[in-house]
Ligand binder design. Sequence first.
Ligand code: BGC
Length: 504
Amino acid sequence: MPAVVVSNGGDAPHFEGKITIYVILCVIISAFGGLMFGYDIGISGGVTSMDDFLMAFFPEVYERKQHVHEDNYCKYDNEFLQLFTSSLYIAALVASFVASRVCTVLGRKPTMQTASIFFIIGVALQAGGTNILMLVFGRIILGFGVGFANQAVPLFLSELAPARMRGALNICFQLFITIGILIAGIINYFTSDVHPHGWRISLGLAGVPALFLLFGSLTICETPTSLIAHGKNEEGKAILVKIRGTHNVDPEYESIVAACEAARMVKDPFKKLMKPSSRPPLVIAILLQIFQQFTGINAIMFYAPVLFQTVGFGSSASLLSTVITGLVNVLSTGVSIYAVDRAGRKVLLLESCVQMFITQMVIGVILMIDLKPTGALKEKEAWVVVILVCVYVMAFAWSWGPLGWLIPSETFPLETRTAGFAFAVSSNMLCTFIIAQAFLSMLCHMKAGIFFFFAGWILIMGLFALFFIPETKGIPIDSMVEIWKQHWFWKRFMTEDEYDKIRP
Ligand code: BGC
């Protein structure tokens, strides 16, 4: 493969580099961290509705479920069970801050390895669970695994990738999340017929991606940035030569060394994060993740099986909805991998808002007019709704899904990168938790209005993307500060701060 000079456009520095086989290997192995996360998202709902699982651990829930009357909007819901499922997100929220420290002190690679170990222990406790304590404890340890993986993998990918292809390589994390969700849905469908231990198979198989990550990570490198930050300059440069596939790495090496020197002057990254100069990436990182969850993606995916049932697929509805929405999710993430470094981040964010807004509004109107609490939609309308759900998932999958992870991982300067990214991870976990806890009762009270609620959020996030998110395509990760200095709004935070003293 010939070496290519990276072209970033604008004033951003140009570094030479190509995509080597070794980089591809590192990307695939680390992205297994995303698969662990996606698998858990996809497996939990199904397992906690399996009768064998409920009879073993939540007998009262099982009893009540047998006698409860459900309508189209007010599904049976048990807060305790839901709290159990989402305890993972609270554990991950806390863990992401610990992981940010581990990421800085030990490096990105050991943080990913720790994630896989947490995950394996958590999986063993859950799959082999004989009492509720083991189950809850297992779930919390899994949460630690998710917190550590989601903290380290996107940062690892963004630091490893050449600027020209950073978007595409980073989005492999999201691609693996979507693959995990799809595989989990298919596995659940089959294990729900395996009595009485099908749920153990579902939970136990989560160990497979974790083992891949653990053993695979023995073959991957630490990022050059992390090595140089630890004073291992020679090793960092050698890795840079290896991953860029060229000996002409001096300009990039110098820029990383400069970033590391600046970072060394910052003793307390969290204190630095509270300074005005950190506000642009911090506000954007937190809001991107809040907005990502308030697109309603997890609520829609959760609701999809009901819609498919309404179309008349009967008992195969849940499998079909999982496979159809899951495939749309995976394939559309592929679109994002293709487009993110060509069209840029902003175009994807804005286009998807239009697509998601229209689909949510139309779904809301159809359901409001035609779906009464009891009874079903007419077949033709139900089909329209299913197609709209797919168009909605498509838009999410090539925009706010992957970019919610990509942009926060590429916009912080080195001195606040791990600490800042912990805020992104924890915001994701908090909002996922809130939506998971609130969605069913919101649906019961707001009925079809819930789709207008999410559409309202989509309007707000579209405006935010339009005015406040600068384009970061092609800009080297350690030169990102320039985009804030040139932005019409954020530039006001980039003066009168000790920042300029340490970095001209
Ligand atoms: C989100 C998850 C979501 C998934 C769907 C991720 O980026 O963080 O909450 O379930 O995308 O593909």
